[in-house]
Write a protein that binds this ligand. Structure first.
Ligand SMILES: [Zn+2]
Length: 139
């Protein structure tokens, strides 16, 4: 079966190449991230691939001390919380990701609007292929 150019597996393959690829609607110009084959704004189905610059600002965040097993396995716990957030990119799309470079021991000091830049994190879990995850570093 041919892989759709705008599928989530295509998106993940680009991530592994450290590229943040979205789709831009040919009809209304709306950007989408991750890749989407159909526009959520106008239902147009003709898309162009666009590479996002990966710069934006933090619009929401939460500091998590009891995370999912994947994060516990990485060593995050009550004493070592991590920050998860939503970033709005310069291209106008919003994307969730891990936020690094912020002081998670003082969550009140983390500011909405903090400029961030994309950071690709590679993780290898036992018995699995290397995967690249999206994170954003506070500037
Ligand atoms: Zn559209």
């Amino acid at each position: 079966m041919a892989e759709n150019e705008f599928s989530s597996s295509a998106y993940n393959r680009f991530l592994n190449e450290k590229k943040l690829m979205g789709s831009k609607c040919k009809r209304c110009g709306a950007n989408h991230l991750p890749l989407r084959p159909i526009c959520t704004k106008c239902s147009g189905n003709e898309m162009d691939l666009v590479e996002m610059k990966g710069r934006g600002k933090l619009i929401a965040y939460t500091v998590i001390s009891v995370g999912p097993p994947m994060m516990i396995e990485e060593g995050f716990d009550r004493e070592h919380p991590y920050c998860s957030g939503v970033v709005e990119l310069e291209e106008g799309v919003r994307i969730p990701g891990r936020i690094v470079g912020v002081n998670v021991t003082e969550p009140d000091q983390i500011k909405i609007g903090t400029p961030v830049t994309v950071e690709y994190q590679e993780r290898v879990r036992r018995g699995e292929e290397k995967k690249t995850f999206l994170a954003f570093r506070a500037l």
